[in-house]
Design a protein around this ligand. Structure first.
Ligand code: PAF
Length: 280
């Protein structure tokens, strides 16, 4: 696997791939890779001639300095994991490479960024868009792979490529959430959990799963109440939000329409913020 650190080398690589008339799949990450990331890489390998991943902890998407400082960084191990998975290239730029000067661009997502994660992490999706557009402009992939755990991010990136870079014709592929055996959604942040919080965390998915099945015929507001109360009853967990939204508009719904509605949750397990979601 070739490790690339400069944008100019990514441009050159893409030119060579174009000359070969081959397709390129892209898996952008912030590192601390787990099986969720690997499933994205494997999907990309299946659907493209070449696969490139990137590892860059993007400071502009962190609205909280401590969160940025604590974000796990395991680059050497990540390179090994990608190599073993069969990834062809990995782009690992430094801060100066991606932000030689301050990025002052402000994106308009037509309200998609004003709910849930966007509401609780102001500026987060603008930062995601800043780095993703820079990466997409360099890599120019045919397909880019994102995890469904970041449900709102996937919706916003879909909107972003259509509105801001239609000429790139990048297909956004959203892949299923990968879970631990006990149901906890894989996340780079899981390694920051204390043993006690790690033990409590699977209750998040268990509760989502239970209430989405048992109560799918009652009003969303009632399900929200029940899920929130059930999780908050666990001393080590604190729900930040739980919303049941339309898959396209991300707006809260008054009625569940199977296949078109998703329940999205953010929960604090101690200092670690976990997100998850479930389709209704
Ligand atoms: O999902 C992530 O890991 C990040 O938000 C992304 C898409 C790599 C941008 O930094």
């Amino acid at each position: 696997m070739l490790v690339i650190t400069k944008l100019i080398d990514v441009f050159e690589l893409k030119n060579r791939i174009n000359i070969e008339k081959k397709s390129l799949g892209f898996v952008p990450t912030m590192g601390a890779l787990h099986n969720g990331h690997i499933s994205l890489v494997l999907n990309s390998i299946k659907e493209n001639d070449y696969t490139i991943a990137s590892i860059f902890v993007n400071p502009t998407q962190f609205n909280n300095k401590t969160d940025l400082l604590n974000y796990p960084r395991t680059v050497d191990k990540d390179i090994e994991i990608l190599e073993k998975a069969g990834c062809d290239f990995v782009f690992i730029p430094d801060l100066n490479e991606m932000y030689p000067e301050e990025d002052t661009r402000i994106f308009d997502f037509d309200g998609l960024d004003e709910v849930m994660e966007g509401k609780h992490r102001p500026g987060h999706f603008n930062g995601v868009a800043q780095i993703v557009t820079k990466l997409f402009e360099a890599v120019k992939p045919d397909r880019a792979y994102f995890g469904r755990k970041d449900f709102q991010q996937a919706a916003i990136i879909n909107f972003l490529v259509k509105k801001y870079m239609p000429e790139f014709n990048i297909k956004i592929i959203t892949c299923d959430i990968v879970r631990e055996k006990d149901g906890l959604a894989l996340s780079s942040r899981n390694i920051l959990l204390t043993p006690e919080h790690r033990k409590a965390a699977p209750i998040i998915f268990k509760t989502l799963n239970l209430f989405s099945k048992v109560y799918s015929d009652i009003k969303p507001q009632k399900i929200i109440e029940k899920v929130t109360n059930e999780i908050n009853a666990v001393e080590l967990l604190k729900v930040e939000y739980f919303e049941i939204v339309d898959n396209e508009t991300l707006m809260p719904v008054n009625e569940i329409i199977p296949g078109k509605t998703t329940g999205c949750i953010a929960v604090f397990a101690g200092n670690v913020r976990l997100i998850d979601n479930i389709s209704f």
